[in-house]
Design a protein around this ligand. Sequence first.
Ligand code: PLP
Length: 353
Amino acid sequence: METTLPDFLPPSPLRLKLDLEALAANWRALDRMSGAARAGAAVKADAYGLGAALAVPALAAAGCRDWFVAHWQEVPELLRHVPAAQVSVLHGPMNAAEAAFGVETGVRPVLNSLEQVRRWRSAGGGACDVMVDTGMSRLGLRLADLGDTALAGLEIDCVLSHLASADEDVPQNEAQRARFAEVRAALPGRRYSLANSAGIALGDAYHADLTRPGIALYGGIPRAAMERDIRQVAYPEAAVIQVRNLLPGDKVGYNATFTADRPIRAGIVAVGYADGYLRCWSGKGLFRFGDDVLPVLGRVSMDMTIVDLDSAPHCTEGDWLSIAYDPVSAAKVSGLSQYELFTLLGRRFSRVG
Ligand SMILES: *Cc1c(COP(=O)(O)O)cnc(C)c1O
């Protein structure tokens, strides 16, 4: 016998507040920075962990018309919000089922090898994108493949390549740009696309027809020059589930990595490494209650983190704390990349716009 559930579920003690206006403004800024090219959006991994269900409609309302996911399993969520002809799947068809799914939905595969090209054609084919590797040794056809007869007459919407180091000033960027110019001459497509978020800041020579920002849409700053125009989008918050008064000598958390050296009002907060708040924040992370700053005490555990409430005497059980998560400084303090900070945020956060 299955238990009959009440028609309500108590709200989560974790919420991820999304500033959807900032998200839309970031897309418009990146579209503007893309010059003559249009900006699309990389929305793989559930819009970098922020939640495609909220992010995609907001980006569509801002004007975005080109969407990139990595897996075919990510397509149904996208199709709830945007037309199939606007969606591309970066991993391409790995087998007949994935190719058939592409043909039936009208979603475009990004073809990454001659084998994928043949698989797509034998499934019935139709409009597709093609990825060419210009120097990253990840997915994509080699330049030497571009004359292959398997490509003749293929209905290519967009020819893509991906920059490996656009967040740095290194000669690899110009080398990839130059190889992409060779790709353009060798492979006919309706459109061409090279730049990710950081690549947009490299200037017009990198913009082609379509740019594919991801991280900067969500508030990440891959290059310092973007700081002015990109706003924070993701604000994680967690509730205090218990307050306790520590005495000098009390040990805190697993392995007692912190011992109280004075009386401390401590808050037990309902977030832990299972939610993506990893152990690298142990003894380093900060929470905020209004303007009061609350340092993490001891080790982060799976479902809980202990914070010092001394600067927030009015903070009590049930109150919400914001987790200091400004992408640039959070990355610096934690040692995680801005990409990891976003995509880690777990399923137990309720996502609110
Ligand atoms: C993830 C991804 C992007 C977006 O990159 P950001 O650095 O997040 O802007 C663009 N293109 C491809 C092929 C990707 O895999």
